[in-house]
Design a protein around this ligand. Structure first.
Ligand SMILES: [Fe+2]
Length: 254
């Protein structure tokens, strides 16, 4: 039986910041698409106040708390838990992993702020941003947050992993493929864009980030297809030719 899935990544949800239209468009589409499987590829939260470069920018992080960040994350995750008919897979990214680094620096936080203690993971598949938890095989392809930020990152992920891999992390689309002649196989790597604002205050120069997500179909352990979808100005068209504009689908938008 063929299962359908949706891959979202790099939402960077944060307290007191409205959700980006690109994210709202995907959210509205998901209600219509009714995926069996949802994969969040990580950088679920922004965790701005845990970023090293913001340590001394007290005005920027004033009023931000762990619990309020988790409130925002839990509210959005409740939506995706409900939408996934089969399973929600939650992969942490480097931003999310900062929680554990904060505990290493401040051991008195132990037992309080971990994802496992602040998010209801019942029925959810949860993976930290480290090997061997990622990449995660779902059907045929593997999913990961991603590790490399180099120019040809899809090729780098493909070479390093040597298998089909779908990831985020770079906030930018790229694809690479390789034919394994001796095994009569082909493998591919895809990265998709993010679902956050494209110009955060901590990036000064021209930014090359893109908005997007992906849908995939799994034919058990036999085969799969992955479709990366660009979102421009909150709009996109599905492989079936349906136009989605978050401003015109309020009946679906939360
Ligand atoms: Fe990210």
């Amino acid at each position: 039986m063929i299962k359908k899935g949706i891959f979202i990544t790099d939402t960077h949800w944060q307290q007191d910041v409205p959700m980006h239209p690109a994210y709202l468009a995907v959210k509205s589409f998901a209600k219509y698409f009714k995926p069996d499987i949802v994969v969040h590829g990580g950088d679920i939260g922004e965790w701005e106040f845990l970023m090293g470069l913001n340590e001394k920018r007290l005005q920027l992080i004033s009023g931000k708390t762990y619990l309020r960040e988790y409130d925002t994350i839990n509210r959005e995750l409740d939506f995706w838990k409900e939408i996934a008919r089969d399973k929600l897979h939650l992969l942490l990214g480097n931003h999310d992993e900062r929680i554990y680094k904060a505990i290493e620096k401040n051991p008195m936080l132990e037992g309080l702020v971990e994802w496992e203690n602040q998010v209801d993971l019942k029925g959810v598949k949860f993976y930290r941003w480290r090997q061997p938890e990622q990449p995660v095989r779902i059907g045929v392809p593997y999913f990961a947050h991603g590790w490399y930020m180099v120019k040809y990152h899809a090729n780098k992920h493909l070479e390093a992993f040597s298998g089909n891999i779908i990831y985020g992390h770079v906030h930018k689309f790229q694809q690479a493929s390789k034919i394994l002649h001796a095994q009569d196989k082909q493998i591919e790597a895809w990265s998709v864009g993010c679902l956050r604002d494209l110009n955060p205050c901590w990036i000064a120069g021209p930014n090359e980030w893109q908005h997007g997500f992906g849908i995939f179909y799994l034919n058990g352990q036999k085969s799969f297809n992955f479709y990366p979808i660009n979102i421009i100005d909150g709009t996109f068209m599905t492989p079936e030719g349906e136009l989605w504009d978050y401003r015109k689908v309020h009946k679906y938008a939360a």
